[in-house]
Ligand binder design. Structure first.
Ligand code: ATP
Length: 214
């Protein structure tokens, strides 16, 4: 089984990395592709180039076998639609292999806003990463009929299922890291030291507007 973990990664942090490692172990993935988006389809433009966000990701996972940085969205014109990404992976991997698309509970809550979201299930299963004790939300019929209550079902078909998986969700966000740096404070211990060294070397996020929220 192949995993897909998309995001802005602006910058990558331990919240992403811990969950990525956990799901790759839990589902015994052959590999988990972390895929930075070029132009996020659903949100403000990132302040740091795709190449730099990819580079920080590569620094973060360099010593972790099974986690791979995948640059396909950076090489594609236009908005980074997950549907296009899954289609291209499916072409590469063939019809038989299971593809698991991992999304956080926050991302899943907005899934119906994604480009042609129903078609995502033609190419992959969706696994929602939730915190312990969290019960999944009331699901619309289109989702409920896809729900597996055991992960084994995800292996029996290549795509089309929905599963909720408990993981360790660290309370870290890239927004918060950018705000900490912009305020002249240190984000040490929220992200890998190699990533922090790169941010310092290139003086990233120092003039970032102090974003509200988390
Ligand atoms: P920002 O604060 O800029 O919105 P972010 O930290 O939320 O960024 P993204 O790159 O937008 O990170 O997220 C990519 C994916 O990682 C999403 O599926 C999101 O749900 C998940 N994610 C983000 N933060 C965490 C975290 N602390 N723990 C687990 N998953 C996370």
């Amino acid at each position: 089984m192949i995993g897909v973990y998309g995001g802005t990664f602006n910058p990558v942090h331990y919240g992403h990395l811990r969950t990525a490692l956990e799901v790759s172990e839990l589902f015994r993935l052959d590999e988990l592709r972390l895929i930075p988006c070029r132009i996020p389809a659903h949100r403000d433009q990132p302040t740091v180039s795709g190449e730099m966000r990819l580079h920080m990701l590569q620094l973060a996972i360099a010593d972790t076998p099974g986690l791979l940085a995948d640059r396909r969205e950076l090489d594609r014109d236009g908005p980074s639609y997950m549907l296009d990404t899954l289609q291209s992976l499916r072409q590469e991997l063939g019809a038989e292999r299971s593809i698991l698309l991992f999304v956080g509970a926050d991302a899943f809550a907005g899934l119906t806003q994604w480009h042609q979201y129903r078609r995502l299930f033609d190419y992959a299963h969706i696994v929602v990463m939730t915190r312990p004790g969290f019960d999944h939300p009331v699901l619309a019929e289109g989702f409920r009929q896809r729900l597996f209550d055991r992960p084994g079902g995800l292996q029996s078909r290549a795509a089309g299922g929905l599963f909720f998986q408990t993981v360790t969700l660290l309370d870290i966000s890239a927004t918060r890291i950018r705000a900490i740096i912009a305020a002249g404070r240190s984000p040490q211990f929220l992200l890998p030291p190699q990533v922090l060294a790169f941010i310092r070397q290139h003086q990233l996020y120092r003039n970032h507007p102090l974003t509200t929220g988390n």
